[in-house]
Design a protein around this ligand. Structure first.
Ligand SMILES: [Zn+2]
Ligand SMILES: [Zn+2]
Length: 381
């Protein structure tokens, strides 16, 4: 994999030097990836390079954008995402965030809270490149200790230990209502090649993607979902429906790696009536990871309040907008919280759920990590 890395620009670094770096990066990237620099919609796995390359604001721009406000906004989104991607590389997810990291997250919020965001080429490109960046690590990333977490679009998460790789709610991104934003089947299949099981929390399109489920099943890997997803479809009989029972460990055979995974399927709900599996996975190394889906029912506190009395939860992955983050945190009493479900671009901007809102909502007495698409964090206590 091509990896170009440059130090932070110093006062001595001239504009010409930066220009040269950007220009040369572009030329080298094009040479190595074999794609046209103009044709970004044909992104392939081999063109993942720019997501791990630092870049700066381009010195190439039209002299003005008179009478072209949309073109200007496209150009601006592209520059912000390019620079923010570089900041994310230099300042990866961590508990004590430097100013640059928080600024990067807020810049993403600003771009993603544009009504047209999923239809802007730069946002689509950012999603594709960030996912390819993660795929490169998922392909090659052996985890010798602890748990490595990759965050993908919306509530899509991949968690890996030494023995198992678990996927939660991964989708191609068609819920954004922009086909060009979604990942190709080819890229999704490459991700699935390195996963052992898929848990789907509930039936909504930003969590459940039938094509993704099919790919898992075709590879002989289980897909665990609540009982009401795709009831009238052929795929239904191939889905694993575990009992929705609080605090009860069930054993899920993963035939592709010859392992029985310990799982608790908590009987959660979105609102009052949509079944939502809250999944607690206990890996063979005894790390536990809990993904809450769109949990948001006040009738479920009776078991949420008690989780801590039954299990030690290492990593909690809650929907960032859930009804009571403090009570949720106290119920699971996790070692680490990684909020998910920010910036689902299919929602209107009032419900896209900014990264910035995590700082107030999840201002709870627990460690937390805020992450964006394609980023990873190694939990290694
Ligand atoms: Zn939902
Ligand atoms: Zn959702």
């Amino acid at each position: 994999m091509l990896f170009l890395s440059f130090d932070k620009p110093t006062a001595k670094m001239t504009i010409m030097t930066r220009k040269n770096i950007v220009f040369h990066s572009l030329i080298i990237a094009c040479l190595f990836t074999g794609i046209s620099c103009e044709n970004k919609s044909s992104l392939t796995e081999s063109s993942a390079t720019p997501a791990d390359t630092l870049s700066f604001v381009t010195t190439e721009a039209p002299r003005h954008f008179f009478n072209k406000p949309e073109e200007y906004l496209d150009w601006q989104a592209k520059q912000i995402l390019s620079l923010t991607g570089s900041a994310m590389l230099k300042y990866p997810p961590r508990i004590d965030e430097p100013l640059e990291r928080q600024m990067a997250m807020l810049m993403l919020d600003a771009v993603f809270h544009d009504e047209k965001a999923p239809h802007r080429e730069s946002v689509q490109d950012f999603h594709h490149r960030r996912t390819l960046f993660a795929l490169e690590q998922i392909k090659n990333g052996e985890v010798k200790s602890g748990v490595k977490i990759w965050k993908l679009y919306n509530m899509g998460v991949i968690a890996r230990t030494q023995t198992v790789t678990v996927a939660f709610d991964i989708t191609r991104g068609y819920s954004s209502k922009s086909d060009s934003f979604a990942l190709s089947n080819e890229i999704m299949e490459k991700i699935i090649n390195h996963c052992d099981v898929l848990f789907i929390s509930h039936r909504h399109r930003d969590h459940a993607d039938e094509e993704v489920a099919k790919m898992f099943i075709e590879q002989g890997k289980p897909v665990v979902a609540p009982p009401d997803i795709w009831e009238d479809k052929d795929i239904y009989s191939a889905i694993t429906h575990l009992d929705r029972k609080a605090h009860e460990i069930q054993s899920l055979p993963l035939n592709n790696i010859d392992l029985n995974l310990e799982v608790v399927i908590y009987p959660g709900h979105q609102g009052t009536d949509i079944p939502n599996n809250v999944v607690l996975v206990i890996t063979p190394e005894k790390y536990s990871i809990c993904h809450t889906g769109d949990q948001s029912s006040d009738d479920d506190w009776n078991w949420i309040d008690e989780v801590k009395n039954h299990f030690k939860v290492d990593i909690l992955l809650p929907n960032c907008w859930t009804t009571n983050p403090l009570r949720t945190s106290k119920g699971y009493n996790p070692q680490l919280i990684i909020p998910v479900h920010e910036n689902e671009l299919g929602h209107t901007i009032d419900h896209r759920e900014a990264y910035a809102l995590n700082y107030s909502r999840w201002n709870v007495p627990y460690d937390k990590i805020i992450m964006s698409w394609g980023e990873s964090f190694h939990y290694n206590p």
